[in-house]
Write a protein that binds this ligand. Structure first.
Ligand code: PLP
Length: 386
């Protein structure tokens, strides 16, 4: 991490002196929809909560420092952060996105493309020729997601940025999986970074949130303008809760990552496993790039079982500790079958091309004891054999 202050200090210190009345160390909750003006011509810093709100500002400031951004907008979901990134594009803008991106991102970009508002190509960002070809007729925005969801593919951010810049394109990175405590895309040349704060940043699986950050002030002003114009903002309550979750992000990621590495190594050696995707394994094709651009491999992994979908269905049905559910990054370990759950918005042929097979299992490793998680997975393997 190249930030001036370590993440653990940033998240603990995100409580500026905003409570002169009582001196509370936890920022108060500013639920007011509107704020008093001293005179009609003297616009106060905070005037209307759709435009600006102190709780959102505190969260945006902490996350901006973690990401090395000029600032950002706190939205009410990861999808609304993605929508905000699309809203600023001109009509007919050319977008290139990963062929194995998050299913909701695919659905949203595809929806705008189907209406003729953007021209979007989905390509394997790891394939240099395919990427160069997709950009050959011009590009306005390159969308990066690394590690990707659900295959944990690693894209070389610096290389993609260099190529995009030769065409004058801007670059956005969805940094939801690594979080800013493991990867800082703006340091690697990206212009925007987005998050589903629903995931690890909040970490408690109890609300929705999103965020979009800009490296430059001019882009930040544009994002603020669009979020105000379109009403794409999160609530004060959610911002306060997400800031509370953020305070333990560095600790949680350390612990979850440790367990993920232990489980990935165990899975890799398991006779019933066809393949394991985890960037912390030396066998992962993106291992070296991940080691260069991330400060750790993170808490997400995916794997395929021998025995195909029937074995995978028996496996997930027999788990007790790990829940079958489609989210990630929370305190509790979750497993899902992306083909039928998180990525069902992708047509089967697109899934097949991206490598999202129906027997692929995605595991978000939580805070449980790693030995207990391994015992639960062992139960799954026993059931898969039946
Ligand atoms: N980006 C990634 C990588 C995700 O995994 C998700 C949700 O799973 C999103 C964006 C969308 O976030 P949300 O569900 O908060 O709208």
């Amino acid at each position: 991490m190249t930030g001036a202050r370590p993440p653990a200090t940033i998240v603990a210190a995100a409580r500026p002196d905003l409570d002169p009345a009582y001196g509370s160390i936890v920022p108060p909750l500013w639920t007011s929809d509107t704020f008093r003006w001293d005179t009609p011509d003297d616009k106060p810093g905070f005037d209307y909560s759709r435009t600006v709100n102190p709780n959102r500002d505190l969260l945006a400031a902490a996350l901006s420092e973690l990401e090395g951004a000029a600032g950002g907008v706190i939205t009410n979901s990861g999808q609304s952060a993605a929508l905000l990134a699309i809203l600023r594009l001109r009509h007919g803008a050319k977008v290139v996105a990963p062929h194995d991106c998050y299913g909701g991102t695919f659905r949203l970009l595809q929806g705008f493309a189907a209406k003729g508002q953007i021209d979007c190509r989905f390509v394997d960002l790891g394939d240099a020729d395919a990427l160069a070809q997709a950009m050959a007729n011009g590009i306005d925005l390159l969308w990066i997601e690394t590690p990707s969801n659900p295959l944990l593919r690693i894209v070389d951010i610096r290389r993609c940025v260099a190529l995009a810049k030769t065409h004058g394109a801007l670059v956005i990175a969805d940094n939801t999986l690594p979080t800013p405590v493991r990867q800082r895309p703006l340091d690697l040349g990206c212009d925007f970074v987005m998050h589903s704060t629903t995931k690890a940043i909040n970490g408690h699986s109890d609300l929705f949130g999103g965020a979009l950050f800009a490296r430059d002030v001019a882009h930040l002003e544009e994002l603020n303008w669009w979020s105000n114009a379109a009403g794409l903002n999160g609530s004060a309550y959610d911002a306060a809760q997400i800031l509370r979750g953020l305070r333990t992000l560095p600790l949680r990621v350390d612990r979850q990552e440790q367990s993920a590495l232990t489980l990935a190594r165990w899975l890799e050696a398991h006779p019933q496993v066809e393949a394991v995707h985890y960037p912390g394994l030396e066998s992962h094709p993106g291992y070296a790039i991940a080691a260069a651009q991330q400060s750790g491999p993170g808490f997400m992994l995916s794997f395929r079982l021998k025995g195909g979908k029937p074995a995978a269905d028996r496996f997930v049905a027999s788990l007790g500790l790990i829940t079958l559910a489609s989210s990630l990054g929370g305190f509790a370990s979750l497993i899902c079958t992306p083909a039928s759950m998180t990525h069902r918005g992708m047509p089967p042929e697109v899934q097949a091309e991206a490598g999202i097979h129906e027997d692929l299992l995605r595991l978000s490793v939580g805070l449980e004891d790693a030995v207990d998680l391994r015992s639960d997975l062992a139960r799954g393997f026993a059931a898969a054999l039946a």
